[in-house]
Every structure is written in structure tokens, then in C-alpha cells.
Design a protein around this ligand. Structure first.
Ligand SMILES: Nc1nc2c(c(=O)[nH]1)N[C@H]1C(S)=C(S)[C@@H](COP(=O)(O)O)O[C@H]1N2
Ligand SMILES: [Mo]
Length: 320
């Protein structure tokens, strides 16, 4: 039962670590680490129970449970390896192994819960058990919150800050860097097309430079000086009616819906480090969304449309 609770906490905190990039986001990170260590602490008890089950049922009947054990072990090992600074296993990122194993664990854990139900017993909450859990909990929490050199609280490692050429070019899943003809390109804001030249004039008039950290869920982050037009300015200049959310689309079809109250902090960037964006980093224009994880920073902007749909009405992560 305790392991099930921990597994749910691990998955929930892991998803939260991926969705937000600032403020209280450090708490899911602490929970995630604490839960992982607590799972390790409970492993000896669980393996004794599992061995009895295995003897009784045989390997074949226990296959899905064994598969669950393997993927959970893979998630734990890769998680601890990532924490220790290991980033690659062969062609894969350690983080990809970690997330892949966690996703595989979900259906297996669901099967396990249904096929091997365990009822909570009153002794689970007896004073001794509670005390033991408290000791495990607090000591593991203390370990998990210890700072780690070079890590941001998201556990990403620094790559190419203030040197855009050294910053990785990454896409969420399978997007490709498009060939964009900047003479033909325009950014449609609430139905109003802005050519690159017009956008440039707007940058000259209302431009803003800001330092913001791009933190990719792939495990790296970089701080850069971005410059462009604050999106509020762009919306005002486009005479856009505000809605509860803004749908930001890329030329590639990639899109994210952002809450309108964010708009004050969002910048449509045309330059980074004092130079026009490179193709890989989103030329002619990309979104800079301070405090949000990288996957919100839509590159190769095509349109920004105010919308009546609430921002949370979308998959938590993009599909491409
Ligand atoms: N159109 C588009 N924009 C995108 C993505 C994508 O796949 N397609 N990936 C996002 C992700 S996951 C990250 S981390 C950043 C990476 O930006 P960079 O390549 O400039 O470092 O772009 C974001 N913008
Ligand atoms: Mo990313």
C-alpha cells in the first residue's frame, strides 16, 4: 500500500516538474526525490512479499508484476543516475529512459492493483509503523533537498548561457527546423498580419530586452538576453480583443495555449544575444515565456490568437 502511494506521488510530482518552470515548482522536485528514496527504503519489505508470491504462483503468472518491478527499478536507477550528473546511456538521454520507464509503469501498476488487491490493515497505522515511516520520511526528505552543484531546481544542467550558439537546438518530439523565407513570412496576431519589417519597426519603438532562462525538460537550461516585442504591445497594436487565453501557433503546426494573464511577461523575440535568431532557435520570431519550461517557448511563430477557450483545455504536453 505504501509503495502504491509512493508510486502515485512519484508520477504526480514528476508530471508537475515538467509542467512549470518557476516559483513553487521546486516543491514537486523535493517530493519527487524524497519519494524515490522512500521507495528504495521500502524495497526490502516488498521483495520479501514478492518472493512469497513468486513461490506460490510461479514466474509465468507473475510476469506482469516482474515487468512492473523492472520498469520501476529502471526509473529509480535512471533517476538517481540523472541526479548524480549522468546524462547519456548510449544513444538515449538518461531522462528519456526515466520518463519512458515511468510511462510503462502506469498500465503495469494498474494491472497489479486490480489483479493483486491488498486491503489496508489497521496495524498499518499502528504507532510503531507510523513512527518508522516518520523516521524514514524525514531523513530521506533531508537528503533529497540537499543542493547539487550546477543544478537548477528543475535538475537541469546549464548549457550555453549568454552564448546562443552553444545553446542546444531541441524540439519537443519530432518537429523539424523549417526553412522559412523571411521575406514571405508574416506573424498573424488576432487576424492582423505583421511582416518581419513591420515587426522590426515595432521592436524599434516598443522593443524590450530581457534576461530569461530557457529550461528544457530534456535536462538542460540556458539563460540568454532576448529582445523583441512584449506581447501586450503586439496585441494592442493589432487591436486584438483580449480573451481568457492566447493560442500561439508555429509554422510547423506545433502550438500551445497560454493563459492571458501571462501576456504581460511574454515577449515575441526576434533576437538573442544581440543578434537575429538562428533558424534552429526559431527565426524569424519565437515566443519567450519567462518562468515556463521550454516546450511553451513556441519557435517559428505563425500566429497568436486570443481565444475564449481556457488555457488548460489542451493536452498537458504537446503531441509533436
Ligand atoms: N515549433 C516548435 N517550437 C518549439 C518546440 C517544437 O518542437 N516545435 N520545442 C520546444 C522545446 S521542448 C524547447 S526546450 C525549446 C528549445 O528551444 P531552442 O531549440 O531554441 O533551444 O523550443 C520549444 N519550441
Ligand atoms: Mo524541451
Amino acid at each position: 500500500m505504501a509503495l502504491l502511494v509512493l508510486l502515485l506521488a512519484a508520477i504526480t510530482s514528476g508530471v508537475l516538474m515538467f509542467t512549470l518552470g518557476s516559483g513553487w515548482n521546486r516543491w514537486p522536485t523535493v517530493v519527487h526525490g524524497t519519494v524515490a528514496i522512500a521507495m528504495l527504503a521500502l524495497a526490502p519489505w516488498k521483495s520479501a512479499i514478492s518472493r512469497r508470491g513468486l513461490d506460490r504462483r510461479g514466474v509465468l503468472a507473475a510476469a506482469p508484476s516482474l515487468a512492473l518491478a523492472v520498469v520501476v527499478a529502471a526509473a529509480l536507477v535512471s533517476g538517481f543516475a540523472h541526479r548524480a550528473g549522468v546524462r547519456h546511456v548510449g544513444p538515449l538521454l538518461v531522462q528519456q529512459v526515466h520518463v519512458g520507464a515511468a510511462i510503462a509503469a502506469v498500465p503495469l501498476a494498474a494491472w497489479h492493483v486490480v489483479a493483486r488487491p491488498a486491503r489496508p490493515r489497521r496495524t498499518d497505522l499502528s504507532r510503531r509503523a507510523v513512527l518508522r515511516r516518520l523516521v524514514i520520511g524525514t531523513s530521506t526528505a533531508a537528503t533529497a533537498v540537499l543542493p547539487h552543484a550546477g543544478d537548477r531546481f528543475t535538475r537541469s544542467l546549464e548549457r550555453g548561457s549568454f552564448d546562443p550558439a552553444a545553446m542546444p537546438v531541441t524540439q519537443w518530439l519530432d518537429d523539424d527546423v523549417p526553412m522559412v523565407d523571411s521575406d514571405q513570412w508574416c506573424l498573424v496576431v488576432a487576424g492582423w498580419p505583421w511582416s518581419l519589417a513591420e515587426l522590426g519597426e515595432l521592436v524599434d519603438k516598443h522593443g524590450r530586452e530581457l534576461s530569461a532562462t530557457l529550461d528544457c525538460t530534456g535536462g538542460w537550461y540556458a539563460q540568454q538576453r532576448w529582445s523583441g516585442v512584449p506581447r501586450d504591445r503586439l496585441l494592442a497594436a493589432s487591436e486584438a480583443e483580449a480573451g481568457p487565453s492566447l493560442e500561439v501557433r508555429s509554422l510547423t503546426g506545433y502550438s500551445r495555449r497560454l493563459p492571458a494573464p501571462d501576456a504581460g511577461r511574454l515577449v515575441v523575440a526576434t533576437a538573442v544575444g544581440g543578434r537575429p535568431l538562428s533558424a534552429g532557435h526559431g527565426a524569424p520570431a519565437r515566443l519567450v515565456a519567462p518562468g515556463r519550461r521550454g516546450f511553451w517557448w513556441v519557435k517559428w511563430l505563425a500566429s497568436i490568437e486570443p481565444s475564449d477557450t481556457p488555457w488548460w483545455w489542451q493536452p498537458p504536453f504537446p503531441f509533436t
